[in-house]
Ligand binder design. Structure first.
Ligand SMILES: [Zn+2]
Length: 112
């Protein structure tokens, strides 16, 4: 393994890894709160930082077949959610390239 380079997000309202506080995304990138992960509520973000992805998998979700990659924290390797690489249904195409972070594994930083 090489050196881990951590990115820091500017501004307020940052979502971070609950275990190690590394920045993951922020409210500006939040697309939807209406998602469900393995642990319960999950949020869809336009993009994020400081995560590593697993190998692509075909997954049958409630909304149809998708190609996804599991997302883990780059620093502590905690499971966080998944990334949508490809959606087969036209109505789900907007999710491509976006990431799901499960709220159970998130903490909020600078929400004042
Ligand atoms: Zn972490």
């Amino acid at each position: 393994m090489g050196k881990i380079i951590i990115e820091y997000l500017e501004g307020k309202k940052i979502y971070a890894c609950k275990r190690c506080n590394v920045h993951l995304s922020n409210q500006d990138y939040l697309t939807s709160k209406q998602f469900t992960g393995k642990s319960g509520t999950a949020f869809l973000f336009e993009k994020g930082v400081n995560y590593q992805t697993g190998k692509p998998e075909e997954k049958m979700l409630r909304t149809g077949l998708h190609t996804t990659q599991e997302i883990k924290c780059i620093k502590c390797s905690n499971y966080l959610g998944w990334k949508y690489l490809h959606a087969y249904e036209q109505s789900e195409k907007y999710k491509e390239g976006k990431i799901i972070l499960e709220t159970l594994f998130l903490t909020k930083i600078k929400w004042y």
